[in-house]
Ligand binder design. Sequence first.
Ligand SMILES: Cc1cc2nc3c(=O)[nH]c(=O)nc-3n(C[C@H](O)[C@H](O)[C@H](O)COP(=O)(O)OP(=O)(O)OC[C@H]3O[C@@H](n4cnc5c(N)ncnc54)[C@H](O)[C@@H]3O)c2cc1C
Length: 396
Amino acid sequence: MSETLDILILGAGLVGSSLACALEGRGYRCALIEASPASAAPPGFDERKLALAAASLSALQALQVLPGLATSPFPIRRLHVSRAGDFGAVRLAAADYGRKAFGGVVLARELGTALESRMAALRDTRMIRPARVVALRTTDDAIEVDIEGVGTLRSRLLVAADGTRSFARQALGIGTQEHDYGQTLVVCSVACERAPDGTAYERFTSQGPVAMLPMGAHYGGICGVAREDAARVLALDDAGFADYLQQRFGWRAGRVVRVGKRSAYPIVRVLADRLTAPRAVLMGNAAQTIHPIGAQGFNLGLRDALTLAECLSEKQDPGSEAALARYVAKRGEDRERTLAFSDGLARLSANDSGAMRLLRSIGLSLLGNIPDLASPVVAGAMGYRGDVPALARGGA
Ligand SMILES: Cc1cc2nc3c(=O)[nH]c(=O)nc-3n(C[C@H](O)[C@H](O)[C@H](O)COP(=O)(O)OP(=O)(O)OC[C@H]3O[C@@H](n4cnc5c(N)ncnc54)[C@H](O)[C@@H]3O)c2cc1C
């Protein structure tokens, strides 16, 4: 333990890796620790389809990550939000807001590969992998972490980006509020009779949400299934699942012709009671794991990372109380509003009471018909909420 690092990032998932890119050139000596073996991608770099807000695309461009994508993001030019049984539908077009697109869709695996290739060129961050943190201690001026089979590292700030079941969060004594939505999301590629035209569909049903994201010639399909029904749905053969999806999503894109390999994700919400502890900060899924229904999880975690990098750009002690307090203050509004938005969508869409249905229908109709009412929602969905980090403002 000869040196003291400035910033030690725990977890090289999408958020920890983005933070390493955002810290480059700010004058800090950083290390990024990842438990998974170098021969395999970190667990979050998988087949899930990510809708990235316009603000996130601007930031990933500024961080020199987007050019490394094997496939450019598929633009979301229109949003169509509806609910089975309700008469309203929201139809929003980016062009009505003077934009080419609300955001774009990428495959998490390809975004992960682009982040890895950008990280290979970073001078300020050293990657330590495979390495699992198994203990940590805080002193007045640093935090020490024990890495299995490697030894102990000392840093002035620890960033816990180690995911939903964060070891660091627990070791720092930060509790959580948890809610199990009782849903499993089934994700796969879907080919429909009508090829995508840039419209992203979100359909709420009492069994859970269904989203179809435009991805070139096919859709990225995401289908929420009640947990008790998940095993049955996952066991369906392709033709059976195509029929099931058709019945859940309807005919907006014509007949479901083909479905790809399916992956399943049980959905829970896990919110940390606080974002910091002495010399430590939580971000990404370690700070808040939310329902993917509003496509906000990584978008929000990326803004965590950008904000921290911007809070630390003045070359002061990165783990000082003042720096951490500044970070918490800057994240407050965006975090609160994004959590409320995602949880509200998840709960509202699941509530089938008559009054709720009526409110929802009226709400959807109003949103669809009065552009001014929709614009705060649109701005939020595009990633412009609260104190927007400068790197995300590129296209705002
Ligand atoms: C089906 C689905 C669809 C989604 N769609 C969207 C979307 O459209 N838009 C959007 O913005 N978000 C979306 N999300 C959310 C998004 O995927 C997550 O918010 C994001 O991947 C979280 O990244 P993370 O880096 O915080 O955490 P993780 O990906 O969990 O990364 C944590 C990393 O820490 C490492 N680690 C853990 N413990 C240790 C340890 N002790 N020592 C060392 N390393 C450790 C792990 O190996 C892992 O690599 C979706 C999620 C799902 C499940």
